[in-house]
Design a protein around this ligand. Structure first.
Ligand code: GRF
Length: 185
């Protein structure tokens, strides 16, 4: 059975998952983004579920129900979040217990609970010399689920947000597909 990938941005992690030969049944995006183009190029079903269609105050439960319905239509066995910028409700964890994964651009629990670029900004601001990436199971506590895999990445003196994030993503593009494959068995 295929996996599903949830993305909001550039989609380079999605690209790495596809390049590794992992069977992706559907890509779900919460906004128009390059990840959708990557899916189309690879002839993978792509679903754009705009979060802005779910009201000014954002109906998270209704949105999550729609995501779960979409995943069910594609016989999803595992859900891999890859730069997905919407926090989903508990229904997704009930539908896929222990099978919702995320990759985060820091060594959790350091720099958890923040979105992508904010994580890197905060990493640079604090002056740590080593950061990295973490693959973890998604639970109701943001970025606090069981850690499945981690890898360190050095922070260099001349780094800015772009250079550091790209160095971390280079590692994520190897670690995430490898970890997904291990979990699929
Ligand atoms: C990755 O660093 C991921 O950990 C974070 O967002 C980034 C996604 O990169 N949550 P891309 O859109 O796949 O290039």
């Amino acid at each position: 059975m295929p996996i599903a990938v949830l993305a909001s941005g550039h989609g380079s992690i999605l690209e790495a998952i596809l390049d590794d030969g992992i069977d992706v049944g559907v890509v779900v995006a919460d906004r128009t983004c390059r990840a959708l183009e990557i899916a189309q190029r690879a002839s993978v079903s792509a679903a754009l579920l705009e979060r802005t269609d779910f009201g000014a105050s954002f109906d998270r439960d209704a949105y999550t129900d729609q995501v779960v319905d979409t995943l069910a239509k594609h016989d999803t066995q595992l859900v891999a979040m890859a730069g997905f910028l919407t926090v989903l409700s508990k229904q997704i964890l009930d539908a896929y217990p222990g099978r919702v994964l995320n990759t985060h651009p820091s060594l959790l629990p350091a720099f958890g609970g923040m979105y992508g670029p904010d994580v890197i900004e905060e990493t640079l601001r604090t002056g740590v010399k080593v950061t990295g990436c973490t693959v973890h199971l998604v639970t109701e506590d943001l970025d606090a689920g069981p850690i499945v895999a981690q890898e360190p990445v050095p922070v260099l003196p001349q780094d800015d947000v772009t250079t550091l994030h790209e160095r971390i993503k280079r590692v994520e593009r190897v670690l995430y597909p490898k970890t997904i494959k291990e979990l699929l068995g």
